[in-house]
Design a protein around this ligand. Sequence first.
Ligand code: HH2
Length: 271
Amino acid sequence: MGVVNVTPDSFSDGGRYLDAAAAVAHGRSLVAEGADILDVGGESTRPGAPAVPENEELRRVMPVIEGLIASGCPARISIDTSKSGVAERALRAGATLVNDVTALRGDPGMAGVIAAAEAECCLMHMLGDPRTMQDDPRYDDVVGDIKAFLGERMRFAVEAGIALDRILLDPGIGFGKTVAHNLELLARLGEFLDLGRPVVIGTSRKSFLGALTGRESPDDRVAATVATCVLAYERGARIFRVHDVAPVRDALTVTGATVSAPWTTRTSTTR
Ligand code: HH2
């Protein structure tokens, strides 16, 4: 899943693709690099980010979604929003997935919009909201607490009419988590497979990678991002929300081939 941020203030690429034509070209280049899904977003969720009014979010994302569809983009289009009005317009224009970082808690109309369109949805865990989430986040057991949360959100979504097989789950790396929380989530990511739905993981260029490597610029965290994606793949994640598609695609191609390699090359002498 390649990230197409149409925002002035996203933490790693804010302001780079504000112009719709530049964002469409960027999306197309991510598809050329191997993205199967493009996640188009018009509101930053970085810690402390200001809320964006609906009309402004629509003004940012709609020309990009329409431009991608008009250009015959072969990737699925995801709309990264927590507003039902934005999701509805995006789905009508051809998006097929709603990536809601509030997991259907932000807007009471969201679940109904997704259900009516028979769209897919990604339910992500966040502690609090982007303004407060990094203020001393605490858990009894970070994996157990988030699993329980995602299970409850999944039941809510199904009761609202969203088919179970349209639901994706994301533990929300960086959304109300310390560095230690993020590392434990990655190390124990396989436990989320118990919930029975595909696991999405979004580590791309995030600040915990900067804290670990000393890389201050998000642009310099690509190798660290690749390492987390390889690890997450090995733990069972299958959708990787990233800014740098080509290196992650190569790394996952090799990881996937290795993990699923048949052991037919063994001979009695090498055993
Ligand atoms: N992370 C970001 C935004 N949306 N969605 C999901 N499902 N999972 C994530 O981990 C996730 C997400 C933050 O990254 P980015 O879009 O680059 O930054 P910003 O929110 O500042 O636009």
